[in-house]
Design a binder for this molecule. Structure first.
Ligand code: FAD
Ligand code: LAC
Ligand code: ZN
Length: 406
């Protein structure tokens, strides 16, 4: 069967697809003698769920691991099967009077297992942290078929290494995640969203700092640049900042906004305003398709003081081939490059490294960024990762070619 990723950039042949319904069936698949590539919702953006080896490979699709336990009102925790879509977990938490701390535009398809395997970020990181911060414990099947289960609900358990911490962000290379115990939050007060034009990222961060100084609970702070808005037919200068606070829903927490700011208070207005920011990945995908190519995606973090100089550098390098949007308060920018003629990985990512940043802020390494891991991780760090991989997967059957060179 042919396997293709969401971006259309990565494709490969697999010998077949298995859809286990239980831990035992996952272990069976791992004993098949094939290499195994694990896939959840297939919304990953770095090609990590496409076979990356010439060895015969079985696709292990987790989407039937859909058990979902009740929300425990005393601990604020819930146990969820790896295949449950993020949006279902959000709805399940909300129905019980809680909220889940991760939100991203791929919510309807991305699975909990996939978000844990990639340590996904999204628009709530500024408030609740990355996925790892939501994980109480992970249940997973290791390469030899053994099961590790830290998803028992113990918030405090300092008995040796955290296998869950390791499995978060392991991109399918250390084990197949089958279930996750998640920590939920009390829902924030009603939010207000402000959409504000700003001349620079520094200015955006000043607005964020001013809003935080009021004591308002900051829920999100996102930016979109003029090149991205131009794809929507909007002609603007600088950036648009999307800033959301939990202030009861009367915009008090937003402070003094400029006259040209838009404010969204009720759910429908906020959804309409957010749609512009949330649609960016698909918008740039379409722009690239129209140019007869696939978009070259860079998901980078840069020290906050260097954001504007970094963007200026990128625009100097790439001109009108680049659009930028992202999670400004996390120092995390998404650069979308449309160029049918050549790839820009080396130039872009070398500049990221020189700026003291990371070649992947939230999407992971997958196969897309594998050649560049050494730019922002040290030889000692990569050697430690290899030692862990070799110890847990000595036959190298789990996602070979993802994250580390086989
Ligand atoms: P897949 O794409 O199926 O797999 C991703 C990786 O995880 C692969 O390496 C795969 O082998 C591994 N994997 C999946 N399930 C398991 C499992 N059960 N056990 C072990 N390994 C597993 N990401 C962000 O961080 N922030 C964003 O804001 C964001 N926005 C997005 C918006 C759009 C429109 C799209 C298309 C993607 C976005 N993403 C974002 C990327 C993507 O949604 C996340 O990486 C998500 O976590 C992937 O989940 P998935 O279930 O689709 O995983
Ligand atoms: C976003 C994805 C691309 O932030 O990470 O929209
Ligand atoms: Zn993002």
């Amino acid at each position: 069967v042919e396997v293709r990723d969401w971006t259309g950039r990565f494709a490969a042949e697999a010998v077949g697809v298995v859809r286990p319904r239980s831990v035992a069936e996952v272990a069976q698949a791992l004993a098949s003698g094939y290499a195994v590539t694990t896939r959840g919702g297939n919304t990953g953006l770095v090609g990590g769920a496409v076979p990356a080896t010439s060895r015969p490979t079985l696709m292990l699709d987790t989407t039937l691991l859909t058990g979902m336990g009740p929300v425990d009102d005393r601990s604020g925790q819930v146990t969820v099967g790896a295949g449950v879509p993020l949006a279902q977990v959000q709805a399940h938490a909300e129905a019980a009077g809680w909220t889940y701390g991760i939100d991203l535009a791929a919510r309807d398809s991305a699975t909990i297992g996939g978000t844990v395997a990639t340590n996904a970020g999204g628009i709530r990181v500024v408030r609740y942290g990355m996925t790892r911060a939501q994980v109480v414990g992970v249940q997973a099947v290791l390469a030899d078929g053994s099961v590790v289960d830290e998803a028992r609900g113990l918030l405090k358990d300092n008995t040796g290494y955290s296998l869950s911490g390791l499995l978060c962000g392991s991109e399918g290379t250390l084990g197949v995640i089958t279930a996750v115990r998640l920590a939920l939050h009390r829902p924030p007060r009603a939010p207000s969203l402000g959409v504000v034009p700003v001349p620079s990222l520094d200015a955006a961060l000043d607005v964020v700092a001013a809003v935080r100084r009021t004591g308002a609970e900051l829920l999100a702070a996102e930016v979109v640049d003029a090149a991205s808005l131009a794809l929507l037919g909007e002609s603007v200068r600088g950036w648009r900042l999307f800033i959301e606070v939990a202030d009861g829903g009367a915009a008090e927490g937003l402070g003094a906004l400029p006259d040209d700011a838009e404010v969204g208070l009720d759910a429908a207005a906020r959804r309409r305003l957010w749609a512009v920011r949330e649609g960016m990945t698909e918008l740039w995908g379409r722009a690239a398709a129209q140019a007869g190519t696939v978009v070259q995606k860079y998901d980078v973090s840069v020290p906050m003081v260097g954001l504007d100089p970094f963007v200026a550098h990128m625009r100097g390098l790439l001109g009108d081939r680049v659009g930028v949007f992202g999670h400004v308060a996390d120092g995390n920018l998404h650069l979308e490059v449309v160029d049918p003629d050549r790839e820009w990985d080396e130039e872009v990512l070398t500049l990221v490294a020189r700026a003291g940043g990371s070649v992947s802020a939230e999407h992971g390494i997958g196969v897309a960024k594998r050649p560049w891991l050494g730019l922002t991780r040290s030889a000692a760090e990569i050697a430690a990762m290899r030692a862990i991989k070799a110890a847990l997967d000595p036959r190298g059957i789990l996602n070979p070619g993802v994250l580390l060179d086989p």
